[in-house]
Design a protein around this ligand. Sequence first.
Ligand SMILES: [Zn+2]
Length: 109
Amino acid sequence: MPKQSKPVRICPVCSAADNILGNERLWPPCWRCPFCGHTLVIRADVPYLAPELDGEDVGFDPTAFATLARIEGGHFWFRAVLRVEHLSRRAGLRSPIGGSRVIVARKRA
Ligand SMILES: [Zn+2]
């Protein structure tokens, strides 16, 4: 049986790994990086890991999000990506995809 690593969160500022303990949320609203002291920006209960990028969609037409959200449930590529994301999170692993536009499309639609 492969060795299971402990789940960690990666600080968006200093990239240090911080252990996620027990049933702790991935990004608790009161989280503070134990290494650099960074705290999260929380808006409507959503942690913003890069708030300086909020509202920017450089290189991607924002009007395409509605189309992506409409087709993602039945398209083979989106289904495979979502399955990988789901299995990674369930296993407590960081996504090998590194987050995807699919998730962004779903939130914005
Ligand atoms: Zn940090």
